[in-house]
Ligand binder design. Structure first.
Ligand SMILES: [Fe+2]
Length: 386
């Protein structure tokens, strides 16, 4: 079977890559950039740093710094107006997944008609929009190298999955030095998201030889470095490995899809505002256990690529090592249980059916090695409650 692989046109990779932003603009023939970012980046001085880099090369530099976490369609409107009014010819997305996901959606809405809900799956976005230059400041979502954006519908609260080659950033600047001031909680949540991307891409029913190589490389980089990157402020090697691993995991899932963990995780974000990576981590051990019987070799290979076992002589031992490590990481990185996060038990249980239906509607569960029914997902949500 043939696969269409989509990647950014330009990737500037490594410590100090941010300095190559003007060259990147030049290569894309862009002359007028609007920075899409958030208040944290503004306070850290990163928006001013990027603005100063752009000013000598860009005819006009705009700044929109009101990106919201887990962005919804309403939050994009002011940015779309700003970019249209300023006639900017490209967007520089600076921040975590929310900034980059917002910039992809803003570029689409600036260049084409309609609302974000018109573009959600199963529609495939092939339309060309103004270029997005993505500069991640977290090692996690991989959004800089994916053809995916997730925007919440403010009317229905649905986390809309939007996909297609038209959403791939034109360029990605992957500079781990931008992650050095990440708070440990954010580093843990985004890093666990990246690990989930790598594992889900590898076991996905849409996995292919290309995506497998990215997923394997991502697991090899992420698994031994995630804990150190989060807990050791000076461990630059671990932070560099995490940044590369997160981007490769993004490439892997963008070309193979995520699966049941992401499908069931998004409703936890919608209804209870659990950060994306954290809700993935809460579900990852449980859903891995549920899925293993339908892809025993693949999951054992995950354990091997994560450095947990040396060989595949005993699949059961590899599975045990994988589950043990996923639980250990959650414990070490202080991932709370659903109840410890503050979710009210009664409300959680009243929403089980709704969340299962929303998970199914996203399409992601269908990519899982073990495809669940609605009652299966209700049971999994029930088991996840601790
Ligand atoms: Fe994710």
């Amino acid at each position: 079977m043939a696969n269409s692989i989509v990647l950014p046109k330009i990737m500037q990779v490594g410590g100090g890559a941010l300095a190559l932003l003007p060259d990147t603009l030049d290569a894309l023939k862009c002359k007028s950039a609007c920075i899409i970012s958030d208040k944290t980046m503004l306070q850290l001085g990163l928006v001013d740093k990027v603005k100063a880099l752009l000013t000598p090369y860009s005819v006009n530099v705009g700044v929109f710094s009101d990106v919201m976490p887990e962005p919804n369609d309403t939050s994009l409107k002011a940015a779309v107006e700003l970019v249209r009014a300023g006639k900017f010819d490209c967007l520089v997305a600076l921040g975590g997944g929310s900034a980059i996901d917002s910039a992809k959606a803003i570029a689409l809405l600036v260049s084409h008609q309609g609302e974000m809900r018109d573009y959600k799956v199963p529609r495939i976005i092939t339309e060309h929009s103004i270029p997005v230059i993505a500069i991640p400041t977290t090692a996690g979502t991989g959004s800089e190298a994916t053809k995916v954006t997730v925007i919440t519908d403010s009317l229905s609260d649905e986390k809309m999955l939007c996909m297609g080659p038209g959403l791939m950033p034109a360029a990605a600047i992957i500079d781990y030095q931008l992650t050095l001031s990440l708070p440990p909680r954010v580093a843990a949540d985004t890093g666990l998201d990246a690990l989930t991307h790598a594992i889900e891409a590898y076991v996905s029913r849409k996995a292919n030889l290309f995506s497998d190589q990215q997923a394997i490389a991502a697991m090899k980089l992420i698994a031994p470095n995630l804990q150190s990157a989060c807990l050791e402020a000076d461990n630059l090697k671990a932070k560099e490995a995490m940044m590369m691993g997160a981007s490769l995991a993004g490439i892997a899932f963008s070309n193979a899809s995520v699966a049941l963990v992401h499908g069931m995780s998004r409703p936890l974000g919608v209804h209870f505002h659990v950060p994306h990576g954290m809700s993935n981590a809460m579900l990852l051990p449980l859903i891995t256990e549920y899925s293993i019987p339908h892809a025993p070799e693949r999951y054992a290979q995950c354990a091997m690529h994560m450095g947990l076992v040396n060989n595949l002589d005993n699949l059961s031992s590899a599975h045990e090592a994988l589950i043990r490590e996923l639980k250990r990481l959650n414990q070490t990185l202080d991932v709370p249980s659903l109840s410890a996060f503050g979710i009210e038990q009664k409300r959680y249980h009243s929403l089980l059916e709704t969340m299962a239906e929303q998970a199914l509607a996203s399409g992601s569960p269908a990519n899982n090695p073990r495809v669940p029914s609605i009652p299966d997902m209700v049971a999994l949500y029930q088991s996840a409650w601790t």
